[in-house]
Design a protein around this ligand. Structure first.
Ligand code: ADP
Ligand code: MG
Length: 469
């Protein structure tokens, strides 16, 4: 075991001198494309260089801290394993940043850059190669419009149809799986169809950053700038990725300004509004809000059902309406998950045969359904019941005994017992520190009233339904 530099063994290794380690590293590296994949190799691993071997510590360097961090997160363990197989004295793997590396490895640069066809080589109207591939399914025709997304949809359509720039940038934001990427792809497809000469570039913020870093590394900023500043429509998806990444943000800001100044359209999506995105420079934040900021709200039951119907049609499948209703009701988290669920039940019935029913759906989707099982909280029950009876939520905790307040409070206790796992004393505590006997009395009383009094029965049934969906 190597302990310190002074052990003879280490001395010997150190003297084996660096050339043999460089060779070892380079030959190991040549196996990486096969193991990690060509793309990963080219983007992240090829630039890594051997730096030194010292006290069992094998040190390699990366040209930027971003690359280093990525390699540490994604490949380091495996690389260390390989090194240890080759050389038993390797104990640790360190990856450091060496800014000079960019200059030294410049000879390699042309080979990598050449893979990216230059702008001149592409035909006008193609979705640019610097962008990402577009999903054919993500077109306007397949997008179901509802109040929750109609503003974003209308803005997207306007941008896609009009050759004039009406608002710049168009900033679309909303939670995961609510259709931001779908809308952006739809814009790109649409422009491509209507105005094939317009140059449209769609890419994720992550990819933008990666291209920027690559340009820095290969001292190729000129063509990077030219590439991005010569497009007619630039779309950056998942912009939140850039927040907090100062130099990428800075570069994006310049690109952005250049495009907006030339009256070229910029479209951005993010998970939050410009004012809520953390880690954004102030001037960037304010510029992002200059155009139109359109949000996509969480889905409603009707939209989910509409999407399911549209997707079922696209799949050419037949799924009974009560199954679609069941799914729309149960999977409220996001549309991607909803689609996944639909695909699964359709695939299951195709493979295993048999009709699709609510029961078979429950079986096939056990895991998803369990995860989506919403647990109602006592707070929520109190809020809903108070709203229903038009009293203050604070009255749920108060000592007031008038019937108009005491009765709703008893109903809320009854519902808490029925819909949550809380014990009677726990429920009592949540209702202004009442004891368990009071809760028990309320539960009994409401059960009785439900049998005698039709309007109470209806109220409770309605509340139950609302709280369970
Ligand atoms: P985001 O980018 O907001 O996370 P996506 O655009 O990737 O969400 O949408 C997730 C999935 O849900 C996609 O398959 C998309 O087609 C679908 N989807 C979301 N909203 C709608 C909608 N309104 N109509 C049809 N499909 C939708
Ligand atoms: Mg997306």
């Amino acid at each position: 075991m190597v302990k310190s530099e002074s052990t003879p063994h280490v001395m010997k290794v150190a003297q084996t001198n660096d050339t043999s380690f460089i060779e070892m590293w380079e030959s190991l590296k040549s196996t990486f494309p096969k193991f990690f994949g060509e793309a990963t190799y080219k983007s992240w691993l090829a630039p890594l260089a051997f730096k030194e071997f010292n006290s069992g510590r094998f040190v390699i360097s990366a040209p930027t801290s971003f690359m280093r961090d990525w390699v540490i997160d994604n490949c380091k363990t495996q690389i260390l394993k390989f090194l240890q197989e080759l050389h038993p004295t390797v104990l640790l793997l360190d990856i450091v940043v060496d800014k000079n590396l960019a200059i030294e490895s410049q000879q390699q640069a042309p080979a990598i850059i050449a893979e990216q066809p230059s702008l001149k080589a592409t035909h006008a109207g193609e979705i640019e190669v610097i962008g990402s591939r577009l999903e054919p399914r993500y077109v306007f025709d397949n997008f179901v419009v509802a109040p929750s997304n109609e503003l974003a949809h209308a803005a997207a359509l306007r941008v896609a149809e009009s050759p004039k720039v009406h608002f710049n940038p168009l900033f679309i934001y909303g939670g995961v799986g609510l259709g931001k990427t779908h809308l952006m792809h739809a814009i790109a497809w649409h422009i491509n169809k209507l105005h094939p000469k317009r140059k449209v570039v769609y890419l994720s913020a992550e990819k933008f950053m990666y291209q920027f870093i690559r340009a820095l590394r290969f001292k190729d900023m000129m063509s990077f700038k030219e590439k991005f500043r010569s497009v007619d429509v630039l779309m950056i998806d998942d912009f939140q990725f850039i927040s907090g990444k100062e130099s990428t943000q800075e570069e994006f800001f310049h690109t952005f300004n250049a495009l907006v100044d030339q009256n070229h359209q910029v479209i951005i999506s993010a998970d939050k509004s410009p004012s809520d995105l953390p880690g954004l420079e102030e001037r960037m934040r304010s510029r992002l809000g200059w155009g139109l900021v359109a949000d996509i709200h969480p889905t409603t039951y009707e939209l989910r059902l509409g999407i399911l119907q549209s997707k079922t049609e696209q799949l050419g499948a037949e799924v009974p309406i009560n199954v679609l209703e069941f799914l729309a009701h149960k999977i409220a988290s996001n549309v991607r998950e909803l689609e996944g669920a639909l695909n699964r039940i359709v695939a299951h019935s195709t493979l295993v045969g048999g009709a699709i029913t609510v029961e078979s759906t429950q079986q096939v989707l056990r895991d998803i359904l369990r995860a989506n099982d919403r647990r109602v909280t006592i707070d929520e029950i109190q809020r809903r019941v108070a709203e229903h009876y038009n009293i203050k939520t604070s009255d749920m905790h108060s000592a007031k005994r008038v019937r108009t307040i005491a009765r709703p409070r008893q109903i809320a206790m009854y519902l808490s017992k029925k819909l949550t796992e809380a014990s009677l004393p726990e429920i009592g505590r949540k209702f202004g520190g009442r004891d368990h006997a009071t809760v028990m009395h309320a539960v009994k009383k409401v059960s009785e009233l439900m049998l005698e009094d039709r309007s109470i029965n209806e109220d409770v049934e309605l509340l139950l339904k609302m709280l369970q969906c």
